[in-house]
Design a protein around this ligand. Structure first.
Ligand SMILES: Cc1cc2nc3c(=O)[nH]c(=O)nc-3n(C[C@H](O)[C@H](O)[C@H](O)COP(=O)(O)OP(=O)(O)OC[C@H]3O[C@@H](n4cnc5c(N)ncnc54)[C@H](O)[C@@H]3O)c2cc1C
Ligand code: FES
Ligand code: FES
Length: 500
């Protein structure tokens, strides 16, 4: 059985398919059809919900944090202990003077932000999250980020952007949800505990939600054929697109050891199940060059659910985090009942979607070493669209230097081979060279010795090779300070993207 708060109602689910998404459950079991299904792949945002969970800040204070998620990507079982807010509840709050409309709804009406209305529930939920998490209008950039995962086909985005601003001009609406959530949590704690794992079953197909790593590895030892899920942003696509019907699903999303994130003496330890939204800001204080890479990973909803463990476990050759982790010489802990083995991220991938992970193992933690003082880092993602798109080429280069002479180079690329891979020939060309454009162009010239990429719907092999060479030239300019380093706030980032 699992238990969560659905709007203002404590809800128990006794039995359900392990692959049932919250979206399907809402629309078929509860009859709440305000949440729409557009794509079922996380791309359109029509199914956006608000999910509340109790979090503890670094002062030890607990509070309820609300964020958006794509309900087409979230399994019902992962809702245990959380607060789900659907579009039906947005005007449930008492605003008689506003004819029961929440300020974000009223602003959408007054700014004409909706036409056919199919996208509107999802947009309302994204605007609601923005509203709850900001006391005052946070500016257009923040609005664009908040709405990056919401497509609208008919209205045009200007009225929606205006509505986002206008919502903050009305009298502020008090947020009623965390009080409900606190009561829900208290009622959970007051109920007699049977120490049973949160669990769902349907026709002998099972879903487990282990709370500790020892419970998790016992389960993976018992069910080595089980599907592991974290945020579900890749896994749920296997369900909707490839009709995967797993017999046993084990979710790591609430396994306490896998949801810890810490920074100590400049080193980062990131639990495999920590969503991007919970570690990226802190990581990017040390590695600001990687900020744009994460800002362009999916959408806000995807980053609120997706994890590093899921990205590595998915073993896609075009996942963005792996090249970064390889270039930074990160390691990962693989855990089973037999213990923990630590390997380098670069040794994890063995072939197209193949890894060294044994059937009974899980990825437990990713560790990123301390930044060396002379490190120069370049992160470039080239994709067909700037926001919410998978990479055609993802290039990460980390070099160290003494007096502007390169002493070491770690160069990792995604989209150029069957796995995210290093470029030993290009690295060798760089070592001993000066930090100038000539050195990087020389290294770019040997790209074909390291890679023979494939042509696919995203790009031809030749495009990928030329793109890599052009990026090397660009990095040469960046490192020799002829142009500013890549950063989403500088127009140069967009120039590099557009000019390729
Ligand atoms: C609309 C959309 C846009 C996207 N855009 C990008 C993008 O721009 N760049 C990018 O890199 N990715 C992108 N993704 C892919 C995805 O969001 C990431 O790969 C994400 O990090 C996956 O994390 P998750 O927790 O959701 O993984 P899940 O879907 O839960 O799991 C993915 C795989 O990893 C395995 N797994 C999960 N956790 C573990 C673990 N602890 N141990 C062992 N195996 C595990 C699962 O069995 C599964 O096979 C996008 C996805 C969507 C839906
Ligand atoms: S239905 Fe399109 S993002 Fe979920
Ligand atoms: S109003 Fe029709 S898709 Fe947005």
């Amino acid at each position: 059985m699992i238990q969560f708060l659905l709007n203002d109602t404590v809800t128990e689910v006794q039995s359900a398919s392990p692959s049932l998404t919250i979206l399907e459950w809402l629309r078929t079991t509860t009859g709440k059809k305000g949440t729409k299904e557009g794509c079922a792949t996380g791309d359109c945002g029509a199914c956006t919900l608000l999910i509340g969970e109790e979090v503890t800040n670094n002062k030890g204070e607990t509070y309820w944090q609300y964020k958006t998620l794509n309900s087409c990507l979230m399994l019902v079982g992962n809702a245990h202990g959380k607060h789900i807010i659907t579009v039906e509840a947005v005007s449930l709050t008492q605003y008689p003077e506003l004819e029961d409309l929440h300020p974000v709804q009223r602003a959408m009406v007054e700014c004409h932000g909706s036409q056919c209305g199919f996208c509107t529930p999802g947009i309302i939920m994204s605007l609601l999250a923005l509203y709850i998490n900001n006391e005052t209008y946070p500016g257009k950039t923040a609005v664009i980020h908040a709405l990056g995962g919401n497509l609208c086909r008919c209205t045009g985005y200007n009225p929606i952007l205006k509505a986002a601003e206008k919502a903050f001009e009305y009298d502020r609406a008090e947020e009623p949800w965390s009080a409900m959530a606190i009561n829900f949590k208290e009622s959970l704690l007051a109920a007699p505990q049977d120490n049973a794992l949160p669990y769902l079953e349907d026709n002998q197909r099972k879903f487990y939600l282990p709370q500790t790593v020892s419970q998790l590895v016992e389960l993976t030892a018992t069910y080595p054929e089980a599907s592991i899920v974290a945020g579900g942003t890749d896994f749920a696509i296997e369900l909707s697109q490839h009709l995967l019907k797993p017999e046993v699903v084990i979710s790591v999303s609430q396994t306490s050891e896998l949801t810890q994130f810490s920074e100590k003496d400049g080193q980062f330890e990131i639990g495999a199940a920590v969503p991007y939204c919970d570690f990226v800001d802190v990581l990017c204080r040390t590695y600001p060059e990687a900020k744009e890479l994460f800002e362009r990973l999916g959408s806000t909803q995807v980053r609120n659910g997706g994890t590093l463990g899921g990205s590595l476990g998915n073993a896609s050759p075009i996942g963005d985090p792996a090249p970064l982790l390889i270039a930074l010489n990160a390691t990962m802990d693989l855990q089973s009942v037999k213990g923990i083995r630590t390997i380098k991220v670069e040794d994890f991938f063995t072939g197209y979607r193949q890894t060294v992970l044994a059937a009974d193992e899980v990825i437990a933690k990713i560790s990123i070493p301390k930044r060396s003082e002379s490190l120069k880092l370049a992160c470039h993602k080239v994709s067909k669209r700037f926001e919410d798109d998978i990479s055609t080429v993802c290039l990460i280069l980390a070099v160290e230097h003494a007096n502007n002479v390169i002493t070491s180079a770690r160069f990792a690329l995604g989209g150029m081979a069957a796995i995210p891979a290093r470029a030993p020939k290009m690295e060798a060309q760089l070592i001993g060279g000066r930090l100038d454009t000539k050195t990087f162009m020389k290294a770019g010239a040997v790209v074909e010795k390291d890679f023979s990429p494939m042509s696919d719907v995203r790009a031809t092999a030749n495009y990928r090779l030329i793109t890599t060479q052009n990026l090397m030239q660009r990095i040469g300019y960046e490192f020799s300070q002829a142009i500013p380093v890549n950063n989403i706030t500088t127009p140069s980032a967009r120039i590099s993207h557009a000019s390729l």
